[in-house]
Design a protein around this ligand. Sequence first.
Ligand code: FES
Ligand SMILES: [Fe+2]
Length: 366
Amino acid sequence: MVEPATAIVAAARRASARMADRDTPFIFDDWYVAAFADEVGRTLFARTLLGKKILFYRTEDGTAVAMSDRCAHRSYPLSEGTLEGDTVVCGYHGFRYDAHGDCIEVPAMAKCPRSIGVKRYALVETGNLIWIWMGDAETADLAKLPETAFQTSAEWVCSKGYLHLAGNYVSLHENLLDLTHLSYIHARSFGTPEYARAPFRTEIGDGHFLVHREVIPTLLPPVWADPMGLAGVTTAARIATSEFMSPGFHRVTVSFYDSAVPEAKRQVGTIRTAHLPTPETHSSTHYFIVHGRDFALGDPDATGVMHDRLFQAFEEDVEALGKLEHMLAETAPEDMYEISVATDGPSVAMRRYLFQRARSAEVWAP
Ligand code: FES
Ligand SMILES: [Fe+2]
């Protein structure tokens, strides 16, 4: 057999038609990381998010603001203009905008016409992260803001990083929810052969999708074995929980210990990683990452070593997802199908959820 039976392919195509993919419209009514806090300052900074060109800066009192980067007059990028006090002056004909995106001065006119302006976006800053609500600012729902308090907690030591992914954000979410890829994509970094075959359980909720996997016994990779003092220990345990939390937030929590040590005497170390994908375009993603650990807190060397090793592994995902994106983009529609197996349950449910969210939005255009 060189290809699955026609009936299987037809069923796969029907299922795929209800799952988000690289062509599905973006979900605007939610929070996404726009930037790390230290990226936005007293200079004009532009970034494309969910296909929109957005301008960022801080006002003189330090408040971060975001508005459309496209001048309302003739579409010149406002980020090519100048920041004067709390206002932005367009570099083409000098229209001046305040921090709300309202035009307050047109140099060629004695009186500024009313009701000219560009769209402003709601921002919230938590710790090192600046979150943006991509829908109308008036509808920004603080109750939906992802919880990432660990990044500023004294109980965690964190580091952060950014990767530019030449792939769509749906594929990244699916990658994070199916960590069986650790045994393959990460075979040379933090994956181990037994990871993909370890027992697991899943939870499929309304907008929350979880996979919990217990790998016991295992040999921990150096990135965690070294700071945990478990190098060479063949009875180690690796307990991983991967959770889709929102379109802009995926949380991975992993605990390590020596399973040969009685529970009461075990030293358990935990890491938590906030994977924060923000679509740039349909084929590219801003991949923000905050990684924390609750062990070896007083070991500054561990922070740098772990960061470097982890980001080498995350680069493996970026490389692989770039190749996947290329394949998806180059495949003719009539040749396209994806067959899901039982263990894809959470991924399929997550992709259906994204599809439904996109379909219920006003921007949906089938
Ligand atoms: S394009 Fe900005 S003022 Fe004309
Ligand atoms: Fe990965």
